[in-house]
Design a protein around this ligand. Sequence first.
Ligand code: ADP
Length: 545
Amino acid sequence: MLGLMQDRPLALPHIFHRAEQLFGHKTVVTAEVNGETTTTIAELCTRVRRLATALDDLGISADGRVATFCWNTARHLELYLAAPCTGRVLHTLNIRLFPEQLVYIVGHAEDEVIFVDRSLLPLLWPLADKMPTVRAFVVIDDGADTAIPDDPRVRDYEELLAAAEPFSGDFVIEDENTAAAMCYTSGTTGNPKGVVYSHRSTVLHSVATLFADGPALSERDVLMPVVPMFHANAWGLPYGGLLAGSTLVMPGPNMAPQAIVSMLERHEVTITAGVPTIWMGVQPLLGDHDLTHLRAILCGGSAVPKALSEAYREAIGIPLLHAWGMTETSPIASVSSMRSHHEGLTEEERADARARQGYPLPLVELRIADPETGEPQPWDDEATGEVQAAGPWIAKDYYRGEGGGSQFTEDGWLRTGDVATVDRYGSFRLVDRTKDLVKSGGEWISSVELENEIMAHPKVAEAAVIGVPHEKWVERPLACVVVKPGETLTAEEVIEFLRPRVAKWWLPDAVEFIDEIPKTSVGKFSKKTLREKFGGYELPAAAER
Ligand code: ADP
């Protein structure tokens, strides 16, 4: 017997029409190169309708890839809606990729047009001739005084919109499984791989951002996604915010901590999101700003140090809300929300609970499995295994079938490459990425745990741990430490600080002080770059501790 409920597609036109109908009076603020602009959702929706026609005028194919090379702005949001609502596929390009990677990705996705913020033209235009699939580069003027090339491929966004009649009527996507957007993962080995989001996966993930045990977006929120709109769709928050009817604040090109904290204060932001490095930068400024409106700071992308989260709790009363995911998981898969069984715990124990990667969201299934045998591991918070994920917003393959078999299990689960334990309530705690674990004499040392302990030192700004070759133990940990400005610290002090906190055989064999931990294109610690930097590193002889 079949159910008798309507089979309406879960597709982005719903989010657009709902925003247009219910939330026209709400606003989107965007920081630009010289000041801020404010637009209403009603104005934004009219511009989306014009943009829909403009994409036809540009001759973009029915399911053509529409690439963006933009900051977080209202204009970018227009593209987030117009491309998928007209059946095209939004392709957000990471502005921090190396030129060769960009050229590769644009060619691989066969992007037909790239919308580019004027301030970012100098990064993109020199590559234009290596991008034969791109027939138009549409420049969005963000107030930068960058010269605009005199070339027939270059078009002006505002002129294009002004010349286009607004599309009237309803946008329709009949098959909810058609592609809505794509995003390439940076990929530490081989070429970047394309993750392709469907309308269905995007709508369901947007709904999940409204869950009470997740970001819990609501109409009363003022949402500021600091995480870039090219990093897994800013964790799905712009779509979630539109679905909920939240006011949006877009930080634009100025990612400096002072600019971020000022916007949070000025616009009375209630919820924001970004990777730990962003919040590390903002933390010293907290005392100078009134952030009493903030109710949540979503943080993920790499492990959130407990000390950082606690510094926020102490300064402004709210710890960081820790979430875990990947580009392949849309990206939010688990959130470390507080649960009833945490009541009555000490503040320290609650902080430990928050530092975990947390509970799978409804509709997401996570398990840990022995990476070699695939054997499921018990949820006793002792056994470790590779995290595997399944659910309606988890990838089942990469673009053009480039999963290569090894990224997915035989029963169709995504192999994340992360290693974790799980407690009996289902809270995951990531131990490391498979490739970052330090293998010492046949036993694993968690680089993430060591880093978090080192970053709890009051004089440490940042720390990353990598494995370096060792004659006897195969690999031993090397700690790379950045000291806070104006402070001094010795290797012995770091080791003495760690001694009561970790097992003796985990203590790093050496500590190197560096100016900055190299970051990836999405602002995470780049262990790959560190490993290159310290390739051939000679550990001190007396390494036994
Ligand atoms: P990339 O692999 O290019 O960094 P993603 O942004 O998709 O691309 O990164 C996903 C990975 O980031 C995860 O597999 C995990 O290793 C790491 N990660 C994400 N969130 C967290 C978190 N909260 N704690 C620890 N690691 C995290």
